[in-house]
Design a binder for this molecule. Sequence first.
Ligand code: URA
Length: 247
Amino acid sequence: MTNEKTQLDKHLLIDVMRLDKFICKSTEYSLADATALIENRSIIVNGIVAIGATDQVHKNNIVMLDGKILTPRSFRYFLLNKPIDMICSNVDEKYPSVLNLLDVDRVSELHIAGRLDADTTGLVLITDDGHWSFNLTSPKNKCEKVYKVVLSRPISSDATKRFLEGVLLQGESKLTLPAKLDIIDSYNVLLTLTEGRFHQVKRMFSAIGNRVKSLHRQQIGNLELDVGIGNWRSLTDAEIEMLSVND
Ligand code: URA
């Protein structure tokens, strides 16, 4: 049994989902096809013809098409080691998307939970479970992300204290949340963040007069990067659970 298959039973469906999305997740139909099926009165929910594409269906509802009960596929969760010069986007732009590295079906249904810049390497989580990724990336839930940073100038003696107290990023009015700095040597540090503002690590070092030469995310929560550059694997049920935070 593949790792992807073992995820099937536990991570089926959040409690409620839009009917059109439920149909897509249970069939090969697109969102437009699903809307058309509802408009054509082909979808039955709990014995009644459904008429609203955006109606919510509960996981206990019985949704039928052509006399058959629709069962949604499980959500999928992947860990990937992002190489340099690839982007965390659903479409290729100046650089190709990291999603090109995943040889799985229906890649277009996936999204990246917590993006990295094109010149940043390391741990990226990819899923089609929007609820899970929203919670994971919300600063409210204080999930720790650990970055290995190579600096272009020696780290200043007050950097640990300043990051713990929070710094003001250029153009912003709110201090960054307390962040932990572990100094390996004067040019190499580990920075642990619980939020993910735009280019946050680079801007934090810029705020204290330094510059990031290279950046690598090596850990999210207790999950450490354990595949080679450009490789990926499915998360285990225990890892999905461990990274699931309550809303
Ligand atoms: N902070 C950055 O500046 N870049 C990243 O890619 C991630 C965090």
